[in-house]
Write a protein that binds this ligand. Sequence first.
Ligand SMILES: [Zn+2]
Length: 313
Amino acid sequence: MKKKIISLSLAIAMSFLVVACQKKDDAQTSTPQTTTDDSTEVNEDTTTEDEEPDKPIESTISEDKRYHTARINGVDYSLTVDLKKCDGNTSLEQIETLESLFWQVYPKLYERFGYYSSAPTDIELLIENEDYEIACAWENKVHIHDMWLHDNPEDFDCYTHELAHLTQNGWYEDYLEYDNYIETFADYCRYLYAYNNGEFNDHVWTLQTVDEEDSRETSVRFLVWLDNELSTPDHDFMYDYYVACSDATHKKDEWDKVWTSLFKGTSMEGKTIDEVWDIYAKSDFAHLSTETKEPGQSELLKKYDVRKYVLHK
Ligand SMILES: [Zn+2]
C-alpha cells in the first residue's frame, strides 16, 4: 500500500520546543486486534545495589482520567491518559492498546535516546476532539485526535512517532543540517520500535524506497540503513547521531564535520556523507519492498534484521 503524505501545518508554534505533527496515511479499513493488558514487560532482573527495585504497572482508573505508574530498569515512569476532551470515538480497547504500546515503546526509546537529554518520564496522552487533524507532541504531552483511530483503526504507531518526539526534548532546527531531521528521526523510531514488531504499523505505514525519498533530507530508510550498517554491540551509531542532533554544536552549513565525526571508527570512516549516501542508494536495502501482510515478513525484513536492537535487547 502506498502512503499518501500530507504535511500538516501546526496551530501551535513554540520557538524552542519540538512541535511535531503526524503525516497522514491512507484511511484504513481493518479492525484493530485485541489489546494486551497492562502487565507487560516490566524487567525485574536489572536491579543493582544502588538502584530501587523495579515496580510493575499500577493503575488508577476514573471516567476521564487513567493514571499508570511503573519503575522499569530503575526509571520511574507515569502515563496519564486524559479523556476530558474525548467524545468516545476512540474505543476503550484502542485506549488500552495505546497504553500497552506506551509501556512497550517509551522505556526503550528513553533508555536508548531520551536519557541523554533528560527527556520527560511523566507523560500525558490527551485524546480529544480539538482543532488538529491527527496528533502532535510537545513538552511531556502527546495529543491524538479522538477521530483518528476511529477512522484509522490500525494506526496506533502514530503514538510511537509522537513518543519519539518527546525523547528529542527540543532539537534546534538551526543546528540540524535539515529541519526535517526532526521528522525523519521520529519516523525512524516509528519503524524500528513499532508496537508488537509492526503488528499494526506494517500494514498501514512503511518505509519509502530511494526512488521516492531520494535525499538524506527526506529519507527515513537511510537512517534505518545507517543503523543496520554501522551500529554494533559496542558502538551505537544512531545514539551518536541523536547526540549530535541534541547537542546543537554545529550550524546547518557545518554538518560535513558532524558526519565526518560520526563515521569515525565505523566502516565508513574517511568517506563524505555524499559518498555514504551513494553507497546506500546503490544497495539492495534502498530498493527492497517493505510491504507485508504479516509483521516482519517484508522483503526488507526477511533479508535484514533491522529491528534486532529493539527486539533482542
Ligand atoms: Zn512528527
